[in-house]
Design a protein around this ligand. Structure first.
Ligand code: MN
Length: 341
């Protein structure tokens, strides 16, 4: 792996296909977020300024919550069974961003895996890069920060201005998303330095923050109201649980993903150590989202329940069970876990 960004950026520049008719294909991870989309789009747009053909390859259209980025349609290709071979035929280089292997890319995996030339830029500690030419910094709050440092090297080498207002804003969206608007533990002094430079290049922190974190809709607010009023506390207020049924989704006409955030509100109650949101899905599965504070290991608990995740955020699911009965089981297990650990 190259030692520093300077060396990595120079190596990748030299590795770009000499045939400019070949396409440079950029692969974010599946179930895209602000960081992987912002990073991928900024790179694609920069490559086009350098005279290359470049596309962001995704397995699903970019979701509505990122539509404010105004990503030009011609920068994106959606992989389908029908066009897979054709996309592979145009391939000059595959560039993974915010992930390091094809298995994270959903339906785009075969296209990435088929590439002869691969490059990886990532910030996941658990990363196992599918390429010799890779740069992984697990301490970076976002992949977008790494991409900015990378593109700055290319600007020096090409004497072109690659990161203008649009690219700067895409990268800022990545930073704001993955650092939780500069509040998660991964936020470092360098995060602010990079953000400051991106702001100088035209990024709009205020608009991004509204669209990423605050914008909501009637159905979502009504669903949150119902879910919060149904909250129950156990174990002297250390465990908080609420249920979201399909009936509640129908009644409030809440859109897909509207339950996001409820589990955080419960966790933030001062007495609470662990919060659980139990949701009935369309496929009649019961999905549990768990958030915790120090003193309750979410990953360990989720594992006991047949799921997995991180120390403070994890999930698991239940099948063939009534939601009330399953909620009782989760509460009993969580109380027992609290006593044991
Ligand atoms: Mn990321």
């Amino acid at each position: 792996m190259p030692e520093n960004m300077n060396e990595f950026a120079a190596k990748v520049l030299a590795y770009l296909p000499s045939d400019k008719d070949k396409e440079i294909q950029i692969f974010p991870h599946a179930r895209v977020d602000g960081d992987c989309v912002g990073t991928a789009v900024a790179l694609a747009s920069s490559l086009i300024k350098m005279g290359y053909r470049a596309k962001v390859i995704v397995d699903w259209p970019i979701p509505g919550n990122l539509s404010f980025l105004n990503v030009p349609q011609n920068l994106v290709t959606i992989v389908r069974d029908s066009n897979e071979k054709e996309i592979m035929g145009r391939q000059g280089l595959a560039f993974a961003v915010d992930c390091s292997e094809g298995s994270r890319m959903g339906k785009a995996q075969p296209v990435f895996d088929s590439a002869e030339k691969k490059v990886v830029l990532d910030h996941h500690v658990s990363s196992s890069p599918a390429s010799e030419l890779s740069y992984v910094d697990g301490k970076s709050a976002s992949c977008a920060e790494l991409m900015y440092l990378f593109l700055r090297q290319w600007e020096e080498a090409t004497k072109l201005t690659l990161v203008e207002r649009f690219e700067a804003n895409c990268l800022m969206v990545g930073i704001q998303s993955d650092s939780g608007r500069f509040s998660y533990e991964n936020t470092r002094p360098s995060t602010f330095r990079t953000a400051a430079e991106l702001m100088e290049r035209g990024a709009n922190v205020t608009d991004n923050a509204y669209h990423l974190f605050d914008e909501t809709c009637e159905g979502k607010v009504r669903l949150h109201a119902l879910a919060l009023s149904g909250m129950k506390l156990y174990a002297e207020g250390r465990i908080a649980v609420t249920k979201i049924t399909k009936k509640m989704m129908d009644e409030t006409q809440a859109p897909e993903g509207a339950a996001d955030g409820i589990v955080n509100v419960l966790r933030d109650i001062d007495t609470v150590l662990a919060s659980f949101v139990i949701r009935e899905t369309e496929s009649n599965e019961l999905r549990v989202n768990c958030r915790t504070k120090v003193g309750f290991d979410a990953a360990e608990f989720a594992q006991i329940m047949g799921g997995g995740g991180h120390h403070r955020a994890a999930g698991f699911s239940g099948k063939n069970m009534d939601i009330d009965a399953f909620a009782e089981k989760v509460v009993a297990e969580a109380c027992a876990f609290l006593e044991r650990t």
